[in-house]
Design a protein. Structure first.
Length: 143
């Protein structure tokens, strides 16, 4: 089974989410969360931090991630691990793989003409909006 991750990065105010405009398939031209492949034998959380650094220059010191949910696709077969975190403060993001930008957390990410994942991004964001805040106290309660 192939293993991938996506990382939902909220800004320090929890009003914006970091997205990338995909330059290649799948979902070329659509917006997506950042993420990538989990290498064989690699811990999922370590892979999330690695991908986040490679794609955005955001470090472990900038954000605390937690494992939020998984999607398992039996027809492919692959597993997609979803990680969520809130930045500790303002950061400058930069990456060469895809164009990065900030979007409102209230944007309709169910719009398949703009967003990747066939509605999964909208589903993930609707669940995140139900959280009591991705604050340090919430993250501490998940340990």
């Amino acid at each position: 089974m192939k293993n991938f991750n996506i990382i939902v990065v909220l800004d320090e105010t929890e009003e914006k989410v970091l997205l990338c405009k995909r330059r290649k398939e799948p979902y070329k031209g659509l917006s997506n969360f950042v993420g990538g492949k989990i290498e064989p034998g690699e811990d999922g959380l370590q892979a999330a931090y690695r991908e986040l650094w490679e794609e955005t220059s955001i470090t472990k010191e900038d954000i605390q991630l937690f494992h939020f949910m998984d999607f398992i696709y039996h027809h492919d077969p692959c597993r997609l691990e979803v990680y969520v975190g809130k930045l500790n403060g303002p950061v400058t993001v930069k990456g060469d793989e895809n164009k990065l930008y900030w979007e409102s957390v209230d944007e309709d990410m169910f719009d398949a003409g703009r967003f990747a994942g066939q509605g999964n991004m909208g589903h993930i964001m609707s669940l995140i909006r139900q959280l009591p805040g991705v604050s340090a106290s919430f993250l501490d309660s998940k340990k």
